[in-house]
Design a protein around this ligand. Structure first.
Ligand SMILES: [Zn+2]
Length: 257
């Protein structure tokens, strides 16, 4: 299913509309909301999506084979900082296919709205989960003889939270249509006008998606208060965290199709 919106889903503008990928093209997204984002809003969403694709997910994108319109700028080898038993350190430069393709996923508390119904500023990162999608670490260790490795990332988590909020919002609009919503909680946070994202985004102890043979998976549901929740998981066949986004509220007469 591919909806045509004919209106910017972020600001309501009806001019200069573009198709919006629900999940970015570079992250294997295929579905689009047609004519659903104006140029100005597209620039905002592209910025944080590019940061996530570039800084957080680049090694795994390289390992799986890039899907990008600007392939020439992308690296095909990655550094791995290792330490040997005698304490000496070295930086190995490995081709993408021999690299462990590590990703550090941030983990959060349960969305504040579900805990006590309140709003909060920002979000607290309660932990991280390291997942390797590439070459087996133990095999690499044996091959190169190192005893430990250091993985450093330069990554702004706020961009990841906006990325999750936008993915969830687009998923919800695709499911219900834009006019179905009386209120969208995450809109101003996506656009960077507010930072209350911890109120609506978080992790929950129980997983609803589980493991699936998919690069990206979601589950959408509504509660008795007509609040729409979207569970999201990248690389769904791995132990990566599931994120929950409370997107907004539906009009009284709308229900799940
Ligand atoms: Zn707009």
């Amino acid at each position: 299913m591919s909806r045509t919106i004919n209106k910017c889903i972020y600001c309501g503008s009806t001019s200069d509309l573009r198709d919006e990928h629900i999940l970015p093209y570079s992250l294997w997204g295929t579905e689009v909301l047609k004519k659903s984002s104006c140029r100005a809003c597209e620039q905002v969403t592209t910025k944080f999506e590019r940061h996530v694709a570039r800084e957080l997910l680049l090694p795994v994108r390289a390992y799986m084979g890039y899907r990008s319109r600007r392939k020439s700028k992308l690296p095909n080898s990655f550094d791995l900082d290792v330490t040997y038993k005698d304490g000496s350190k070295k930086t190995l430069n490995l081709p993408a296919k021999e690299h462990p393709a590590l990703i550090v996923f941030p983990e959060y508390a349960v969305p504040r709205l579900l805990r006590d119904g309140k709003q909060q500023q920002g979000i607290n990162i309660t932990g991280t989960r390291l997942i390797g999608y590439g070459a087996d670490l133990l095999a690499l260790q044996q091959q190169y003889g190192f005893s430990s490795l250091t993985h450093t990332i330069t990554f702004k988590a706020t961009n990841f939270e906006k990325f999750l909020a936008k993915w969830a919002y687009c998923t919800a609009v695709n499911q219900y249509g834009l006019e179905a919503f009386s209120k969208v909680y995450v809109l101003d946070d996506i656009l960077g006008k507010t930072d209350t994202i911890g109120s609506y985004i978080g992790n929950v102890e129980y997983g609803i998606i589980g493991k699936r043979a998919a690069l990206a998976a979601f589950h959408i549901a509504e509660d008795d208060n007509r609040r729409v929740a979207v569970w999201l998981k990248l690389f769904a066949n791995s132990d990566s965290p599931e994120y929950l986004v409370i997107v907004g509220e539906l009009n009284a007469h709308h229900s799940l199709k």
